[in-house]
Design a protein around this ligand. Structure first.
Ligand code: SF4
Length: 482
């Protein structure tokens, strides 16, 4: 006989309900609650609260709410708080009961303003340390990349500060007042001074216009990812117009501070292949598996159909170059700003040279630029063209794309809030969640199953001699293949 659903009658009292039993054993939040310490926040923020007055929502609860916001990619804090009473798993995770009073959504923004970035940075670093203790980080080889993030502001809010028409606009006056106000009242760690201050968004002055097919207000997130299990060991956020190459050293240092392991190899794409980065790696004894940015300049020279620089032979004893026509190019002007020296043959020699058409389009003759540390630079560039480096560069592309693609589940590609320091909070939370996922998977997957996967990959690739495929298989299974 078919059952008929009766109109439900709500009970006046529910007896014997155990909220803990309503959350399944393998629920992700149960694992998070078991493994991640949120109580550290009491100690971190205790100096920011007074001894009397209104009792605040406990800091671990606020931190958990922020985690839920990003983990479930909830659109707004208001929506998050509205959803909490409807979700038994969230109530349980937060330590609430069915009839507990849920805090107002404004506690989250108030706590952020009170706490700043530091506590979220600590949270991220603590997760990295846990991953380290679980043996998920090797630390000696890191992959670096950046990705643009849409700012939480409309392009219509951008004002040209040099245009008189815009200066008369009512939003401009508001912006000026806000910038003056923020420069006085906001502490220095949350203040950012724009390099390009001509075009400023009146709603998010820290975001920068970046041309991505069409101009967009953007931030940029930078990450260092460890090779072994793809744990993010260092993260940073900047306005979108910051040159990512300038962030390499900061990421290397953060990686070392957090993990306590010195990176021996850095892998990145050609945007990081600048002279400064090669020399920074040289000074620190780090191998730079980075395509040379100069290759693009070499291609341009080839397109102009003139002799490439490798046709000019350098003699270190006399500090001169010898050109393809056999003439000497002597040291001329020194450019301290770019740490290089120009070498050229006398003008009259080039003027009558039979190879001039193939050598230069310049009327006054050919000039060769040599960096003051050219020998070190050449050594680093040579190493960046090795077969090992090529393998790493190929792996980097997929590994970093995976890291950012996983971040899109948590809305990393759109800023939730306005202001650079809030963008940093968002990135810390996103990276912490991505690492928690790897940590939980590692700790809850039976060891036998991991070994079986590694063995299967080894067997498949045993007969394959290409180191590239073996390396990729290692990255795929998230384990080191020996
Ligand atoms: S143009 Fe000048 S630098 Fe070039 S090959 Fe002739 S002499 Fe040498």
């Amino acid at each position: 006989m078919m059952g008929m659903q009766q109109e439900p009658q709500s009970n006046l009292f529910y007896v014997g309900i155990n909220i803990d039993k309503r959350v399944r054993e393998n629920h992700f939040l149960r694992r998070v609650k078991q493994l991640i310490d949120f109580d550290f926040s009491y100690e971190e923020v205790k100096d920011l609260y007074g001894d009397n007055g209104n009792v605040s929502v406990p800091p671990p609860v606020i931190l958990k709410l922020m985690l839920l916001l990003v983990l479930y990619n909830v659109r707004s804090e208001r929506e998050l708080i509205d959803t909490v009473p409807e979700r038994i798993d969230w109530l349980w995770f937060l330590g609430y009961d069915l009839d507990s009073e849920i805090p107002n959504h404004s506690v989250l923004s108030k706590a952020r303003n009170k706490w700043g970035v530091e506590i979220f940075q600590s949270f991220f670093e603590r997760i990295v340390l846990q991953c380290m203790e679980a043996g998920l980080i090797d630390g000696r080889k890191i992959f670096i990349d950046s990705s643009l993030v849409d700012a939480n502001a409309s392009n219509n809010s951008v004002l040209d500060t040099k245009s008189l028409r815009h200066q008369l606009h009512k939003n401009y006056k508001k912006l000026e007042a806000r910038l003056e106000d923020s420069s006085e009242s906001v502490d220095s760690s949350r203040r950012y001074e724009k390099k390009n201050s001509r075009y400023i968004s009146s709603t998010d002055p820290d975001a920068a216009i970046v041309n991505r097919g069409k101009p967009k207000l953007s931030y940029q997130v930078h990450r260092a990812v460890d090779r072994q299990s793809e744990i993010i060991t260092a993260a940073e956020a900047t306005p979108g117009d910051v040159n990512e190459a300038h962030m390499m050293l900061s990421l290397i240092e953060k990686h070392q501070t957090t993990t306590g392991v010195k990176a021996e190899t850095v892998v990145a794409d050609s945007k990081y292949g600048t002279i400064e980065n090669f020399l920074t790696c040289y000074d620190r004894g780090i191998q730079a598996h980075i395509p040379d940015l100069r290759e693009a300049a070499v291609k341009r020279t080839a397109q102009r159909e003139i002799f490439l620089e490798d046709r000019f032979w350098y003699d270190s004893d006399t500090d001169t170059y010898r050109c393809p026509a056999g003439n000497l190019l002597k040291a001329k002007s020194l450019h301290m700003d770019r740490q290089s020296r120009d070498y050229a043959a006398p003008k009259k020699v080039c003027a009558v040279c039979q190879l001039k058409e193939q050598c230069t389009k310049n009327k006054s003759g050919r000039t060769i630029k040599r960096h003051l540390r050219q020998d070190e630079l050449d050594r680093m560039r040579e190493a960046s063209r090795s077969s090992k480096s090529k393998v790493d560069i190929k792996i980097r592309q997929h590994l970093m794309e995976r890291s950012f693609a996983r971040g899109t589940r948590y809305g990393f590609d759109r800023a939730r809030w306005r202001g650079l320091w809030r963008m940093r909070i968002q990135e810390c939370l996103t990276c912490a969640i991505q690492n928690i996922h790897v940590l939980i998977k590692h700790l809850t997957t039976p060891k036998k199953s991991i070994e079986a996967r590694v063995l299967a990959v080894k067997t498949v690739f045993m007969e394959v001699s290409s180191p590239l495929i073996v390396e990729i298989s290692g990255a795929f299974c998230g384990q080191r293949c020996h």
